[in-house]
Design a protein around this ligand. Structure first.
Ligand code: 6PG
Length: 470
């Protein structure tokens, strides 16, 4: 084989698995990694297929069909810039570079412009699904130059996960739109993971349940309309035994969360755009608070709380937690989509929300049965401002919110931290309030800073000031 169809730079687990997936789908791949060890390991895995590893970047470029299609799978940040810099002299106009890492969307915007200036086409592509997804079918969120996307579309569709025969891949929008949508995906991912942790904590600490009992509960939840990947793996995690101690694996794991940054970017950007995503913010803060383990241990010896036990019928409480989790999770999707709506307007991405929901139905970490209904709801009502108020979902929200309210109240009462549940409830309560107390806040601002206010009985935009001091 002298001309390979796809080049992959970065042969870590994700790069290798995507390469194998491409080859399985009839696209011969040439790969390269700066690390000779990774190159060798990949070569061993690629043996016997229409795949090769190059020993240098120029060698990789020379082995590819023109225009070249090269997927970069290296850690986000400066490594991506370094690969582009080193590849550039070996590229020619019309070649296509794809960045499949979790790059910051503004970096993707910049890289796209820099490459466009030399005629090279650039696609920033969100890839979700972890190792297994990369190998068997990820969700793909490509953004950038649409005409370049059309040239790689067959390969991307072929390797993507499929739901009802449709690929979990589609053109997202201009510039860094693909990475932006992946960033928000991860924000929602953070929120759902936090909500699952809270349900787990309420069952473990509040109800005194063991890991295998909780596994059964999460499995049961997953068998119904809430079916999702994160529920599935939570049940699986709880069912795992630590080979060293013979105890549940989850109990052997230290309660300090890590993060690579995408969730934080989601919150930072939402603040910039003025969009409320409190459940996602709460999830981030849940991770931050978990990370200060030593401080918490010290505080636990000083600060007091109520008795952590939940009284009452256990089955009933579990049912309550199920409904609360469903309601709170739904608000996380609603917040994510409302952020996407504002970003699409602000950055001119031209996002299609039904298409995004369609892509997220399979392959990705936040895949869930309910995304199919979201897709249909957005298709029927593309201008919908918030999923919670849609004809499709408002009855469900109205039915479940009292349950969320009771569950959050229970968490508050027994002192089990429930940042995510409370944030979700606060989001719903604020959003459904035609009247909020910020009239008082406006008065305060005017009092100390003459910041002015609008009046209820005058047209919007007209500003007033009161001399508050006699
Ligand atoms: C995915 C994941 C993936 C990665 C996250 C983890 O969609 O496949 O989101 O991108 O696992 O970046 O992020 P944290 O390390 O921040 O939890």
């Amino acid at each position: 084989m002298d001309q390979y169809k796809i080049g992959i730079v970065g042969l870590g687990v994700m790069g290798q698995n995507l390469a194998l997936n491409m080859a399985d789908n009839g696209f011969p791949v040439a790969g390269f990694d700066l690390d000779a060890g990774k190159n060798q390991a990949a070569a061993a895995k690629f043996a016997g297929r229409e795949m090769t590893t190059a020993s240098s970047l120029p060698g990789l470029a020379a082995s590819l069909e023109v225009p070249r299609r090269i997927l970069i799978m290296v850690p986000a940040g400066s490594p991506v810039d370094a690969v582009i810099r080193d590849l550039k002299p070996h590229l020619q106009p019309d070649d296509i570079l794809l960045d499949g890492g979790n790059s910051f969307f503004r970096d993707t915007d910049r890289r796209g412009k820099e490459l466009e200036a030399v005629g090279v086409r650039f696609i920033g592509m969100g890839v979700s699904g972890g190792e297994e997804g990369a190998r068997r079918g990820p969700a793909l969120m490509p953004g950038g130059q649409e005409e370049a996307y059309r040239l790689v579309e067959p390969a991307l569709d072929a390797i993507a996960a499929k739901v009802d025969g449709q690929p979990c891949c589609g053109y997202i929008g201009r510039g860094g739109a693909g990475h932006y949508v992946k960033m928000v995906h991860n924000g929602i991912e953070y929120a759902i993971m936090q909500l699952l942790c809270e349900a787990y904590d309420l069952m473990k600490t509040g109800l005194g349940m063991g890991a295998s009992e909780m596994r059964d509960v999460f499995e049961e939840w997953n068998a119904g309309p809430m079916n999702s990947y994160l529920l599935e793996i939570t049940a699986a995690v709880l069912g795992k035994t630590d080979p060293e101690t013979g105890q549940p694996m989850v109990d052997a794991i230290l309660d300090r969360a890590g993060q690579k940054g995408t969730g934080k970017w989601t919150s930072q950007n939402a603040l910039d755009l003025g969009v409320a995503i409190p459940t996602i913010n709460a999830a981030l803060e849940g991770r931050i608070l978990s990370a200060v383990k030593d401080e918490r241990e010290a505080a636990a010896r000083i600060l007091e709380g109520p008795d952590l036990r939940i009284e009452g019928d256990r089955r009933e409480t579990i049912g309550l937690l199920r409904d609360a989790f469903q309601a709170a999770t739904f608000t996380a999707y609603a917040q994510g989509f409302s952020l996407l709506r504002e970003a699409s307007r602000e950055y001119g991405y031209g996002l299609h929300f039904d298409e995004i929901a369609k892509i997220w139905r399979g392959g990705c970490i936040i895949r869930a049965k309910i995304l199919d209904r979201m897709r249909a709801a957005f298709a029927a009502q593309p201008e919908m401002v918030n999923l919670m108020t849609s004809g499709e979902f408002a009855p469900m929200v109205n039915e479940l919110v009292p349950r969320l309210r009771t569950a959050a109240g229970m968490a508050l009462e027994v002192g089990v931290p429930a940042l995510g549940m409370c944030a979700s409830l606060g989001y719903i309560d604020s959003y459904r309030s035609a009247r909020l107390p910020q009239n008082l806040l406006q008065a305060q601002r005017d009092y100390f800073g003459a910041h002015k206010y609008e009046r209820v009985d005058k047209p919007r935009g007209q500003q007033f000031h009161t001399e508050w001091l006699e």
